[in-house]
Design a protein. Structure first.
Length: 211
């Protein structure tokens, strides 16, 4: 049933408002899900890595996509047409149960995100986004723990729910304190425990399939 898709960096997987024709499985690369806001801005909802799926929320209601998906790096995906996937689910109902579990986790995550934005300081939110990205995509380098995703400061700010200026100020402060290194668009965590101390425990995840 799967039809391969090969996309370069910065290419659209689907657009907001586009009819939902099926389900996408990300096999290689990274994809961001985001939503357009007033004033021509956008809000990143989450980042996806290999093994995760896109477009599952519109499978059953035949509506349009309520957000857009764009690659952060060259990516390979598999597309499954809606009708073929629904027939597959009817044959294997345990797949439907797994989808329900996934959607339930997402509801909890976004509920937590709303609470976090209204009750946590900007520095905590920025620190938590960096830690979550490093947990999902990071890798060790000579300087420390590389976050694993090269994001413009504006997009990092979107994920933390702060202004770009605030994000830049916080990153500069953390660099001066020796907690982070900021080579180019990369972010390297030099003092992991110190950053964890700024990001108090909170159940918010940028990815779901971390295991």
């Amino acid at each position: 049933m799967m039809r391969p898709m090969q996309l370069g960096r910065g290419e659209a997987v689907f657009h907001e408002g586009m009819p939902a024709f099926g389900l996408y499985i990300l096999c290689q690369g990274k994809v961001k899900l985001a939503k357009h806001t007033r004033g021509g801005h956008s809000q990143i909802l989450k980042l996806l890595g290999p093994g995760e799926i896109l477009g599952e929320k519109t499978l059953f209601d035949q509506e349009t996509y309520t957000c857009y998906a764009k690659t952060l790096e060259p990516s390979r995906l598999m597309f499954i047409p809606r009708e073929e996937f629904l027939a597959f689910v009817k044959k294997y109902p345990q797949v439907a149960l797994r989808l329900v579990e996934k959607l339930s986790r997402e509801l909890k995550v976004f509920g937590d995100k709303l609470v976090e934005i209204t009750s946590r300081s900007a520095k905590e939110r920025v620190a938590r986004v960096i830690l979550s990205l490093a947990q999902a995509f990071g890798h060790q380098v000579e300087e420390g723990l590389d976050m694993g995703v090269e994001l413009p400061r504006a997009e990092l700010a979107e994920m933390a729910g702060v202004s770009t200026e605030t994000a830049i100020r916080i990153l500069s402060e953390l660099r001066e304190r020796g907690i982070l290194a900021l080579p180019g668009h990369r972010i390297v965590i030099k003092r992991l425990e110190a950053l964890q101390g700024l990001a108090h425990p909170f159940r918010t995840f940028l990815r779901e399939n971390l295991v």
